[in-house]
Design a protein around this ligand. Structure first.
Ligand code: NFC
Length: 551
């Protein structure tokens, strides 16, 4: 038996460490740990609840909008505020383009190199690469000259001995399966996606004044006036610019990302039987289609799937969500606690760095262990797509069947590392195709004379009850994000976030149940424990963000 440590896991945000036991070429047990403390929940106590979004947005530099949305929804829930339809639709546009940009970045820049051997791309024939690309898509850039120029660029890196963004990887590892031409095609699109993502996120600059960390959120609505005829508002020119950027976003997803995903996945079908994990899934659903606040009005439905059973989607009861700190470096009892009651009080009992192993029988992470009704839950694009598919969501059903059909696998293939990566592509495609419709809804609503953007009825704290509590949910790129707030005497009494990567990266709970990363790694084959590429594949398929997870 070998014990291995991967620390830090790179190509993620924040600090994640995996300890694993390997027996006979397979992982037999694993522990997920974050070695970095944040503490922003503590900073919020005593502040004005209307300011909370501004602080929580700094949980993360990657999902830079999501903690504002969850925060303002939590305060609106506590104060029983309905926001105007224009504000809901603008929020949908901000959220949706974040998801699309984030998932493309994940596929190319954070995950592709687990499957694509960049150095092998040097051996490719650019003409054959162009023929391969043309067989998959009519994307205009895909020519022999273009692929040759990319190959020359990579060759120049290699010649200088400085691989730049491609440095320090396991090139030549036996688990890489793509032919050189597919490697060159994916490498070219890796570089192209860098430019594309910078362009499409300009929508945040238009609607939110900047990215990262857009600035136009407001409890009760948004701080961006809508008026087709004013230069100082979201007017017809700006709408036209957003429409162009959405077109650009959709084209790249349809013609580059999805064809690449299918092409790469077709060489790694054995990964449809690896990396399954806990088998329970939670999705908060997303994209309100009106301002009723009702879950049934969300475009992606919300719900829970238990034990990989796609015949039932359970509604979510927020009271059943708890966090345990049995194996996390915080004060607290053994049983999980609901976020309204929970505290974040540090009790570090870990080793003093530098260290080789963390004793995982004791506390071993700064991440807490969220549980639903006592069960570990996976969240993220796979959960979103499984819940929508099982709930009979039309667009999702069609897209899932198309992808499964192209790969020649059944729905059970979704419960895997490959399924997680495919589901992210499906979510991106569906959102990219839907975004222009939400823009059209906004334009139609404004054209009908509704210019309302903020509900100021409860803006004055004197109108608030002396004591209240609320929660705000958002389906972020990495999954189910919830913020819980208690307000007393117009100030924040307690604030707790239960974040997608907290669900997924969680250590064991008081019953010894593994978290999703830990469970997904069990059974993973390892060609060479000294080059743990397979661990990266499964962990990256979740798209971890440990800055968020610990917050
Ligand atoms: Ni950071 Fe996240 C927050 C997480 O909710 N996990 O998707 C978003 O980061 O990327």
């Amino acid at each position: 038996m070998a014990r291995i440590v991967v620390d830090p896991i790179t190509r993620i945000e924040g600090h994640l460490r995996i300890q694993a036991e390997v027996n006979g070429g397979q992982i037999t047990d694993a522990w997920s740990s974050s070695t970095m403390f944040r503490g922003i929940e503590k900073i919020l106590k005593g502040r004005d609840p209307r300011d909370a979004w501004y602080f929580t947005q700094r949980f993360c530099g990657v999902c830079t909008t999501v903690h504002s949305i969850a925060s303002i929804r939590a305060v609106e829930n506590a104060l029983n505020i309905r926001v105007p339809l224009n504000a809901e639709l603008i929020r949908n546009l901000i959220i949706g383009i974040q998801v699309v940009q984030d998932h493309v970045i994940h596929f190319y820049h954070l995950h592709a190199l687990d499957w694509v051997d960049v150095v092998s791309a040097l051996k490719a024939d650019p003409t054959k690469t162009a023929a391969l690309a043309a067989s998959l898509s009519d994307w205009p850039l895909n020519s022999p000259t273009y692929f040759k120029s990319v190959q020359d660029k990579v060759a120049a890196f290699v010649k200088k001995g400085r691989l730049g963004p491609f440095g320090n990887a396991y090139w030549g590892h036996p688990a890489y399966k793509l032919p050189p031409e597919a490697n060159l095609m994916a490498t070219a699109h890796y570089l192209e996606a860098l430019d594309w993502q910078r362009e499409v996120i300009k929508i945040h600059a238009i609607l939110g004044s900047k990215n990262p960390h857009p600035q136009t959120f407001l409890v009760g609505g948004m701080a961006i006036p809508v008026d087709p005829n004013s230069q100082n508002a979201l007017n017809a020119d700006k709408i036209a610019e957003i429409a162009q950027l959405l077109k650009k976003a959709k084209a790249f997803v349809e013609k580059v990302y999805i064809p690449d995903l299918l092409a790469v996945a077709s060489f790694y079908k054995e990964w449809a039987g690896i990396g399954g994990g806990v088998g329970n899934y939670i999705s908060y659903g997303e994209y309100p289609l009106d301002n009723s606040g009702k879950p049934e009005k969300l475009w992606f439905p919300q719900g829970i799937i238990v034990g990989k059973d796609l015949s039932r989607v359970y509604p979510i009861d927020q009271q059943k969500i708890t966090e345990s700190v049995a194996h996390s470096w915080y004060e607290g009892g053994d049983a999980g606690v609901h976020p309204w009651e929970e505290q974040t009080e540090v009790r570090y009992t870990g080793p003093t760095p530098p260290y080789d192993m963390i004793d995982t029988d004791k506390k071993y992470s700064w991440v807490k262990s969220p549980r639903y009704d006592g069960k570990p839950m996976e969240t993220g694009p796979l959960a979103t797509i499984l819940v929508a598919y099982a709930a009979g969501h039309q667009g999702t059903k069609g897209a899932v069947e198309l992808v499964l059909g192209k790969l020649g696998v059944g729905p059970e293939a979704l419960f895997s590392t490959l399924g997680r990566t495919a589901a992210r592509g499906i979510e991106t495609l569906l959102v990219a195709q839907e975004l222009p419709k939400w823009l059209d809804m906004l334009v139609a609503n404004v054209a009908g004379g509704d210019l309302a953007i903020h509900n100021g009825e409860k803006w004055d704290p004197a109108t608030w009850p002396r004591e209240t509590a609320g929660y705000g949910w958002h389906n972020a790129p990495r999954g189910a994000l919830g913020h819980w707030i208690r307000i007393r005497d117009q100030k924040i009494e307690n604030y707790q976030a239960v974040v997608p990567s907290t669900w997924n990266a969680s250590p064991r709970d008081e019953k010894g149940q593994r978290g999703p990363y830990e469970a997904a790694l069990v059974g993973t084959p390892m060609a060479d424990p000294n080059k743990p590429l397979e661990i990266l594949r499964t962990i990256h398929s979740f798209d971890p963000c440990l800055a968020c997870a610990v917050h």
